[in-house]
Ligand binder design. Structure first.
Ligand code: BGC
Length: 734
């Protein structure tokens, strides 16, 4: 997005108004005029009531999200600024847009937003899974495809990506982001923004992105949703803000203020984060929308006595648009009269909203193109992308004695568990516009991929969560008749996502018990896990010969999994989030700060202190050998770059995709730093017997520096370490 200063907008606007004073059609309707001049021309013509409506968003249409039941066309004011569009039918949008264009004085188009989180009708894997692919290019393509489907459904704006760093798997929304690491969230956030927004917001299939939830929502206490967050200024700057800064720099059009209270100042009333950092320091020119009812919730959070006070606190802090609670509509004129808010601030907020509408080309093309459903959703290319992304997101957690891919002596396989024939939970949360029949089940995927080469026996065994063990016997019988048992377990989709917190990362006891019973058959056991969070596998892991983490893979999950089990695809996913050994270890994440005592001091007395699977863990069907790291210099000045290279050989029999993760550490600094910090990663395909060289160009100021509690970046002289593939290389900064 182009950056214009408010002064520039004003001056160019005034000049432009002068020059068209006598022309018939207003300047804001002139397609060839500049956007700032069109914004200013329109702003000058608007009444206060019209402006206030532009700063308000209501919900429209219906979907299956109980949170989000919208109004009908007749109940929505024609001049509303934006609508949450709960439909994937462009005709419905166009009906509402017609009302806006024809029944308002100025004909300002409505901006239609929707939660296109991991696809619209073509559901891709959940974002947490996408991060495990370590393939931002593929994620960008999936987001571009989702944008196209959305645009053709009448959606101009998605409330995505979610780039909340999350380190507590109990928090259901961990599924919506890219895991525990700030850099990973930044890279995948930027890829999503680029995918959604394309080269220009005005392109036919671009939609505007919305970074959420700004900021610190991932620190929800106890993993409970909507709860308080205790975040020091230092942690705010070094952990929660970096992904937002990167995505703002990449041109993200909007942000959403979050539900959490940051150490006493709720995000939606936080002048420091919304105005001083976002608008003043980072110079973001787009707008901020509150989260659903977040303005009103300032009352619950204890910083506003009533709706009116909540309204001016949020607005003065920097929330430009109010989502659904109508507080701005009801209170803004009065607040202005009482001088609690200023006209200049209203104009600034309205300019930001109008600016995006012009950028998206809504004034010139307010209506969505209407195509038949089969011409715009679930096209073969989208399904292919969904499958590719699912394949790369799957993480092989354990593979004892190369149990997978299954060998030719396996003639019959028992597919047991509540996930085998599931076509709803496999989609994950935030798939409200999807249809269950669009999804491929695991059962169907195996049937398709294996054709008739293997006989599959099925039993559900048990439900996701119940005490009814009556299905166990059928499962045991199928296991007894088969050469191999694949147990497909997991979570229901409502167990993660918004308002989807759980107190434990363990699967319900009945699912664990099913595996214990099946183990008695003596057959090898492959566990397939589908979840929206890292799981506690302390009891299940010892029972399994292999464990495949499928996540919630979306519409093509069945085939993606079957291809991996058969060996058509070599797994290449690596965890973007640590799997603790037990829930009691939370928080545990790779980038923790060091303890004051080393060795075993401070460890738990009852269990191991190490998690079961660290961030970055993921197995392959081949083996990789890392050569020694080559480095262009080991001692440099702060402004000198260093090139590090590592050659990786594929020493196995099948080709594979290996992601090299480059970490740094800085053991002595004036502010203690994480023990390891990911700074770069790259994924490459390496043929069997082949090699590939991975390169990391280290810019010390960018890659070795740190940030203080005021957001100031600094780079100290001293020793740093580069960590890659088990190697540790010292770098001296003079
Ligand atoms: C969620 C947001 C979402 C919004 C609109 C809220 O409840 O927290 O993530 O974008 O609703 O549906």
């Amino acid at each position: 997005m182009k950056i214009y200063s408010y002064k520039f907008l004003l001056v160019s606007g005034l000049m432009a108004i002068g020059s068209v004073a006598f022309s018939q059609s207003p300047l804001y309707k002139n397609k060839s005029a500049s956007i700032p001049s069109r914004v200013q021309d329109l702003l000058k013509r608007m009444t206060l009531e019209e402006k206030v409506l532009q700063l308000s968003q209501l919900s429209f249409g219906n979907n299956t999200n109980a949170n989000n039941i919208g109004n009908k066309v007749k109940n929505i004011p024609a001049g509303i600024g934006s609508l949450i569009y709960n439909s994937d039918n462009p005709v419905y949008r166009n009906q509402m847009q017609k009302k806006a264009m024809e029944e308002t004085r100025l004909g300002i188009p409505i901006l239609f937003g929707n939660d296109v989180i991991h696809g619209l009708r073509t559901v891709y894997p959940i974002s947490l899974a996408q991060a495990c692919s370590w393939n931002p290019q593929l994620v960008q393509q999936a987001c571009a495809m989702a944008a196209k489907e959305s645009k053709l459904a009448g959606i101009d704006w998605t409330f995505s990506p979610m780039i909340d760093v999350a380190r507590d798997g109990r928090w259901g929304r961990i599924s919506e982001g890219y895991g525990e690491d700030p850099y990973t969230n930044a890279v995948f956030g930027v890829a999503s923004v680029k995918g959604y927004q394309g080269n220009h917001l005005s392109d036919s299939f671009s939609i505007a992105a919305c970074l959420k939830h700004y900021v610190g929502y991932g620190a929800s206490e106890g993993g409970r949703d909507y709860s308080y967050t205790e975040i020091s200024q230092q942690t705010l700057w070094d952990t929660y803000l970096p992904p937002f800064e990167a995505c703002v720099k990449a041109g993200a059009a909007t942000l959403m203020s979050s539900f959490n209270d940051i150490s006493g100042v709720p995000s939606s009333a936080n002048h420091y984060t919304l105005t001083e950092i976002l608008k003043d320091k980072w110079k973001h020119q787009g707008f901020v929308v509150s989260d659903w009812n977040a303005v009103e919730q300032l009352i619950n959070q204890g910083v506003a006595a009533n709706r009116k006070e909540a309204g001016y606190k949020a607005f003065n802090a920097g929330v430009d648009m109010d989502m659904v609670d109508k507080i701005y509509i009801e209170n803004m004129p009065q607040l202005l009269a009482e001088k609690k808010i200023t006209q200049a601030k209203i104009d600034d907020a309205v300019s930001r909203v109008l600016h995006l509408k012009f950028q998206l080309g809504l004034f010139d093309k307010p209506f969505a193109t209407v195509l038949e459903e089969n011409e715009r959703v679930l096209l073969p290319a989208s399904r292919k992308l969904a499958q590719d992304l699912a394949s790369e997101s799957i993480v092989l957690l354990k593979n004892k004695q190369q149990m997978l891919p299954i060998k030719s002596n396996i003639k019959s396989v028992a597919l047991i568990g509540p996930m085998v024939k599931d076509r709803s939970n496999i989609m994950g949360s935030w798939a409200f516009d999807s249809k269950d029949e669009d999804a491929e089940t695991i059962w169907e995927g195996f049937g398709k991929v294996f054709a008739n080469q293997v006989a599959f026996n099925y039993a559900k065994g048990c439900d996701f969560d119940s005490t009814d063990e009556s299905g166990f016997q059928a499962g045991i019988e199928q296991a007894n008749q088969s050469d191999l048992v694949i147990v497909c377990l997991g979570e229901k989709k409502k167990w993660s996502g918004e308002n989807g917190s759980r107190s434990t990362l363990a699967l319900p006891a009945i699912q664990e018990k099913l595996v214990m019973e099946l183990k008695k058959s003596g057959k090898p056991i492959v566990l397939v896990l589908s979840s929206g969070r890292p799981l506690e596998l302390v009891r299940l892991e010892p029972l399994a010969d292999a464990i495949v983490n499928l996540w919630q893979p979306g519409v093509q999950g069945g085939s993606a999994l079957a291809d991996i089990v058969k060996g058509n695809v070599n797994p290449s996913g690596k965890l973007a989030v640590t799997f603790p050994l037990t829930t009691g270890q939370i928080p545990t994440y790779y980038n923790m700060r060091p303890n004051s005592r080393t060795n075993t001091q401070g460890n738990y007395k009852d269990i191991s202190t190490a998690p079961l699977y660290w961030f970055g863990h993921g197995l392959s069907y081949t083996t990789y050998q890392y050569d020694s790291v080559k480095i262009s210099a080991t001692k440099v000045k702060k402004n000198e770059k260093i090139v590090a290279e590592v050659t990786v050989s594929n020493t196995g029999k099948v080709s594979g995709k290996e992601t090299v993760l480059w970490f740094i550490s800085n053991p002595a600094c004036s502010i203690s730093r994480p023990m390891k910090e990911l700074k770069y990663f790259e994924k490459k395909e390496i043929a069997a017997g082949g090699k590939a060289t991975y390169k990391f160009e280290i810019d010390p100021m960018r890659d070795l520096s740190f940030v203080d509690a005021t957001g100031k970046k600094f780079l100290e002289s001293g020793s740093y370490f580069l960590l890659v593939g088990g190697q540790k290389v010292k770098i001296e900064i003079e």
